[in-house]
Design a protein around this ligand. Sequence first.
Ligand code: CA
Length: 209
Amino acid sequence: MSPMAFIIFHRPWFSHPKILAQRSIQFSTKPITIRILNAPCVMMESVDSEGEFSTFARPVVSKRIVRASPKTSNNSVATLIDGKLVTDYGPVFKNRIPVGMYKMDLGASQPVYAITSWSYHLNGTRGPQLVTVYGSSSDRDPGWGLQDAQKFEPLGTIDLRTIRLSKYTAVSLVAAKGLALGDYRWIVWETAPVTKNGEHTAFQELSVL
Ligand SMILES: [Ca+2]
């Protein structure tokens, strides 16, 4: 069996999504039909150089505020919104810290259509992403208590640990066509170690559209 991304959407946006397209794919002698539904989805692309991204636009500089908890090492948290992918650790959480969180303030509650994170496969180990994404429409900073259902809504979990990755990897939670994932002011990426040694992902960029 081929390795697969393990993806869970926590929110039942639709009970009966419309079919966007239907494609027939030939595997050996037996064709199968795949239906593409108009439902929230995950997009992922992993490439050897930034210019090779074809599904994702290049990251852009953002003036939004990003914070991390607990404290990160190496590069500053601001490098997550500087529009650059580099061959470095990024603002990385210390090894074996069970949960690391990055939080972005969008400035005001607004419809959110896509939530994207880029990583660098440093040492061939730190590219995978194990992330649960949360949204909050709180007027004030909702803090870091992600289990508080009054403040945070889990939107989806992405686990890329079984995928063979190239140098840079982008992965995105994307809303159904013509709809938003929801209205949020704050987006939190809750991350966990991705190697047996407890190493965390080398995140390079975070983006919310
Ligand atoms: Ca960056």
